[in-house]
Design a binder for this molecule. Structure first.
Ligand code: SF4
Length: 335
């Protein structure tokens, strides 16, 4: 039989994959971080779209990804949700759901102008930050928003008071800040930031503006804080950390960074198919968590795949128990 050069390349690639899988085969412990996976805001947002689909039928338009997870988005698409980036893609009068990350007043006005039937799935904890932005701005403050440029939550919150708000992403940005009145400065944060990094930026702000006003309660939400604390407990005892979550999920990215800062290699995976076998070779203890937008069944699948690569002992490290639920909007209220 004659073998074409392309066949040899493909065969070598397959041999390489099998070789890596063979090397990854070993007994191991999986340390499950708890809490992990869906938070109350994500649960609520998904339930809103599901209920609207059940009550009104498809299509149901959703502005942006309802939550930042590709599996959630694909699953809702299969059931009739249509995700759009621009409101002009939505037919006049149609039902439109705003995502969990919130929108600016400008987007709300655009939706009103298009006579869209809006159902708001913004997480109540994001809505709280929007209200704080309006309050501080009405007070005459320059409102420093600590967040990530381009993230939908950042864009929505900055839109509450565009003339009074300024974005900072780092301590270096704080040093470069110029404000009209250093005695009238307040700060707010994105809900999904790294707790430790944000503390450093807040102290830099306090140093520059001693009269700095803080939000009434912490803006980094309970789910973000809990998932970071749980991962901290797990990463220190792990050779490798796997974070289930999508690349555009801010809180999932923060978990990867947190593990890396602690000295434990971390891989962000959308699902078990993305596990890099090369990482598993030396990993006798694998820490496993999931961002707040990643479905819990994906974590179970990862455990199943690891169990296919040798005996697995699963241990859960629970740092706290969550019992948070948010009411649904009246338009899709409890049946
Ligand atoms: S991560 Fe926090 S702010 Fe974001 S949806 Fe979940 S509970 Fe709400």
């Amino acid at each position: 039989m004659v073998t074409a050069p392309g066949d040899e390349t493909a065969a070598a690639a397959v041999r390489d994959v099998f070789g890596q899988l063979e090397a990854a085969f070993r007994p191991r412990t999986v340390l499950l971080a708890s809490p992990r996976s869906f938070c109350a805001g994500v649960d609520r947002a998904i339930e809103i779209v599901e209920r609207v689909l059940a009550d009104r039928g498809s299509p149901v338009y959703v502005r942006k990804q309802i939550v930042h997870n590709i599996h959630v988005v694909r699953s809702l698409e299969r059931r009739g949700a249509v995700f759009v980036d621009d409101l002009d893609e939505v037919p006049a009068g149609a039902t439109l759901v705003f995502s969990a990350h919130g929108v600016s007043p400008e987007v709300r006005e655009h939706a009103d102008a298009r006579r869209l039937d809006v159902i708001d799935a913004t997480c109540p904890l994001v809505t709280k930050v929007h209200a704080e932005a309006r309050r501080f701005a009405q007070h005459g403050d320059t409102v420093v928003f600590i967040g990530h440029a381009g993230h939908e939550e950042t864009e929505g919150t900055l839109g509450e008071a565009p003339d009074s708000m300024v974005l900072v992403e780092s301590v270096a940005d704080v040093a470069a800040l110029s404000v009209p009145d250093p005695d009238r400065v307040s700060y707010l944060t994105q809900t999904t930031l790294a707790v430790d990094e944000t503390a450093g930026i807040v102290s830099a702000l306090t140093e520059r503006f001693p009269a700095l006003r803080a939000p009434r309660s912490e803006d980094i939400c309970y789910a973000t804080t809990n998932r970071q604390e749980a991962l901290r407990a797990v990463a220190a005892a792990s050779d490798l950390v796997l974070v289930v979550g999508s690349v555009n999920s801010s809180n999932s990215q923060r978990l990867v960074e947190l593990s890396t800062r602690q000295g434990t290699t971390a891989q962000l995976i959308d699902d078990a198919s993305e596990i890099d076998p090369a990482h598993l070779r030396e990993a006798a203890v694998v820490g496993l968590t999931a961002g707040a937008s990643a479905p819990p069944e994906l974590v179970e699948e990862v455990v199943d795949v690891l169990a296919g690569l040798g005996a697995v002992t699963v241990k859960e490290r629970e740092v706290t128990r969550e019992n948070v639920h948010f009411a649904l909007p009246r338009a899709v209220g409890a049946r």
